[in-house]
Design a protein around this ligand. Structure first.
Ligand code: SAH
Length: 250
């Protein structure tokens, strides 16, 4: 692994890779990737982007579950700190945008606490790009004047920080990430709190990639429809009247 000249202070570029379509990678991200000595990347970084990594760089797939072992967050933080301290140009490449449900905030905190400079390069989040590619604008003057981004992962936790009662009352668009595993639980929570069962729902799997697939239904039938279709992560779930626009736009 090459090292920078003496006196070079290693820093970590926390870079968003966008939702999968390589055309959605920012110019700045592309430039920084080209200059990287070490790239630690996630499972959600698109294959095309992975193929473009520079030949000389050390590549670490931290999303990979090696036999019986998955990289824990602490371990990732430690590696980032170590490589930066050794004076390398370190790129931490994450799917979508690093600061939207990507644990980028935790990584930036750990780096800052260790005195390492962090440079953030935002990415296009799947939360917006997947619906866009599916023909669903998240807001529209006739349908939704607000949008809420939610993690669907928390439902199993006892002390969930998500107020489903409040969400059920909101009249805007709800966008749920990491929501496939707990689909039934999340849908039930909204219905239980009075959300209209006829509210349109779309699930967009592998959005913006060549394998993008859209499954639509309403709150009362989406669980069955998704089961039959075999919907799998990663998928973005959009709940709200804006889903109807697909017919005209998508
Ligand atoms: N920081 C990322 C989100 C990380 S959380 C971003 O901004 O996009 C992981 C979740 O993101 C997945 O469970 C899924 O809900 C969503 N996701 C990421 N890439 C996706 C894609 N190409 N298509 C659909 N959903 C995607």
């Amino acid at each position: 692994m090459k090292k920078r000249s003496k006196g070079y202070e290693g820093k970590v570029y926390l870079v968003g890779a966008g939702p999968g379509d390589p055309g959605l990678l920012a110019k700045k991200a592309e430039q920084i990737i080209k200059e990287a000595d070490v790239i630690l990347y996630d499972q959600l970084v698109g294959d095309e982007i992975i193929k473009s990594f520079p030949a000389g760089a050390t590549l670490i797939d931290v999303g990979k579950h090696a036999a019986l072992h998955k990289f824990e967050q602490d371990e990732i933080n430690r590696m980032l700190i170590k490589y930066a301290r050794e004076g390398h140009v370190v790129v931490r490449l994450k799917g979508g945008d690093p600061y939207l449900f990507g644990r980028g905030g935790e990584e930036a905190e750990a780096l800052a606490a260790s005195g390492i400079e962090v440079v953030i390069v935002p990415g296009i989040t799947s939360a917006m790009a997947a619906p866009a590619y599916a023909g669903i604008p998240l807001t529209h003057r006739d349908y939704a004047s607000m949008v809420t981004f939610i993690t669907g992962h928390e439902a199993a936790k006892e002390a969930s920080a998500i107020d489903w009662g409040l969400l059920a009352k909101l009249r805007g668009t709800l966008v749920i990430l990491m929501g496939v595993k707990n689909l039934q639980r999340n849908v039930d929570a909204l219905l239980k709190h009075g959300k209209d069962p006829k509210t349109p729902v779309a699930l967009i799997e592998r959005g913006t990639t060549e394998e993008q697939r859209i499954t639509v239904g309403t709150l009362c039938d989406i669980v069955d429809i998704a089961k039959r279709a075999g919907v799998k992560p990663p998928a973005v779930m959009v709940i709200g009247d804006v889903v109807k626009l697909r017919k005209r736009i998508g």
